[in-house]
Design a binder for this molecule. Structure first.
Ligand code: ATP
Length: 199
């Protein structure tokens, strides 16, 4: 699996649609300070479902939408799509190429899609679970992240190893099942109460 293409429109400094084709191996992005290098990695994190404006270096999520310049009006929405080569089937989906897209309007609502079919954020999160690529993954190491990992509490550091070991999806499913069991137990208690009242 590798990142093949990044398409960006209206995201941060990229008002016009840009398309970056990436090859296997190492790609370097170079440019003057403030030219938008980090905005590219922000775009990748954002399309994978990042919900924290702070970790995208903004104050509020709307800040990811092109804010305009002296000669150009602000835009109404931001859009990012990434194409992933999945010939090795690392992503559990029956396609050799997977396109993940997100569009967000100033109202704050986001639309997500996988291979041009609208989906929920949960579907994207589940698709990337245990691959190291998701928004909580370790494949994007931002500035200061190494220090953060080294000084993190052991329980927090453990999450990175759990993702690498591929057990996050089982933990998540266990938590979901426990929630359902809790809800069912509460329903049983309520039913018992009703039965007692009727007796
Ligand atoms: P450095 O080398 O200093 O780390 P960089 O190349 O990584 O810089 P970025 O931090 O990616 O640059 O980009 C910063 C630029 O993006 C700034 O000029 C900022 O004004 C612009 N920018 C950020 N958000 C928006 C937005 N919503 N609309 C327009 N421009 C934006």
């Amino acid at each position: 699996m590798y990142l093949k293409k990044i398409e960006v429109k209206g995201f941060k400094s990229f008002a016009d649609r840009i398309e970056l084709e990436l090859d296997k191996g190492i790609t370097g992005v170079v440019g003057p300070n403030g030219s938008g290098k980090s905005n590219i990695s922000d775009a990748v994190r954002w399309v994978l479902g990042e919900q924290s404006a702070k970790s995208l270096r903004g104050g509020k999520m709307e800040d990811v939408i092109f804010a305009g310049t002296d000669i150009r009006k602000p835009l109404g929405y931001a859009e990012v799509a990434i194409t992933i080569d999945n010939q090795d089937s690392m992503l559990p989906i029956d396609y050799s190429e997977v396109i993940i897209a997100r569009r967000m309007y100033r109202s704050g609502e986001s639309e997500y899609s996988i291979n041009k079919v609208n989906c929920r954020l949960k579907d994207i999160t589940e698709l990337f679970m245990d691959t190291g690529v998701g928004r909580e993954g370790y494949s994007i190491v931002g500035q200061g992240r190494i220090d953060e990992i080294l000084s993190a509490k052991p329980e927090d550091r453990r999450e990175i190893f759990e993702e690498a070991a591929g057990i996050v999806k089982y933990k998540t499913r266990k938590q979901e099942s426990e929630k359902k069991l809790d809800a069912t137990e509460q329903n049983i208690v309520r039913l018992d109460d009703i039965i007692n009242e009727l007796n």
